[in-house]
Design a protein around this ligand. Structure first.
Ligand SMILES: CC(C)(COP(=O)(O)OP(=O)(O)OC[C@H]1O[C@@H](n2cnc3c(N)ncnc32)[C@H](O)[C@@H]1OP(=O)(O)O)[C@@H](O)C(=O)NCCC(=O)NCCS
Length: 176
């Protein structure tokens, strides 16, 4: 899956060190559930082989071939044709430059065309303004929120649920 800025590649075991470093950066994980977990290189090396068997991919910068982050589908349901999408860009120099949008679009296009998906959902914390803007650009719409379900930085926050259908995705893509 190749875009203009990045491509999605299988994750390699050798990527474990970089991924572990990203997942131990609290600035990166502030908007992720994983901020409350202790991620060691040892654990990451155990988890990666399981992750690569499912639809999880490395986000790689097209120009430099640097590993920027990970994206993937969780809870893929082939009967109901739905799943949840998640991602992080661990290299903060690349935030706000359209990499997240492009990586998601590449994965979603693959999901709709090859995995036969119909509905893709995501969850985010209400203070994740960059994420919210990114997802709205793609065409995701809020379908609800779990109120005060998150405690982060000694503050209560809502968890926002958003989803998109295949036709909405391709309609939004045509406009860009
Ligand atoms: C959320 C994330 C995946 C978005 O990827 P990204 O590459 O940074 O996003 P994009 O550049 O495609 O889109 C972000 C948009 O928000 C804007 N933006 C950047 N910083 C912002 C901020 N602090 N507040 C509001 N908008 C912001 C950008 O300008 C851009 O809009 P534009 O294209 O109209 O200029 C990425 O920032 C990230 O991994 N963050 C840490 C982990 C995380 O939150 N993961 C998602 C959990 S749901």
């Amino acid at each position: 899956m190749v875009g203009k800025k990045c491509f999605l590649s299988p994750i390699f075991l050798e990527d474990a060190e970089k991924i572990t470093a990203y997942l131990n950066d609290l600035e990166v994980t502030n908007t992720l559930q994983i901020a409350t977990k202790n991620i060691s290189l040892f654990q990451e090396k155990e988890i990666l082989p399981k992750l690569v068997k499912e639809h999880n991919y490395a986000i790689v910068d097209l120009q430099t071939e640097k590993l920027l982050g990970i994206c993937g589908f969780n809870d893929y349901n082939a009967i109901h044709r739905n799943c949840e999408i998640g991602l992080f860009i661990g290299n903060k120099d690349y935030w706000g430059k359209g990499y997240g949008e492009e990586a998601m679009c590449l994965l979603m296009d693959y999901g709709f065309r090859f995995l036969n998906l119909r509905n893709i959902m995501l969850r985010l914390y209400d203070f994740n303004n960059r994420g919210l803007k990114c997802y709205k650009k793609i065409g995701f719409k809020e379908i609800g929120r779990r109120r005060k379900a998150v405690m982060r930085n000694m503050q209560e926050a809502d968890e926002i649920y958003m989803d998109i259908l295949s036709e909405e995705f391709y309609k939004a893509k045509k406009k860009t």
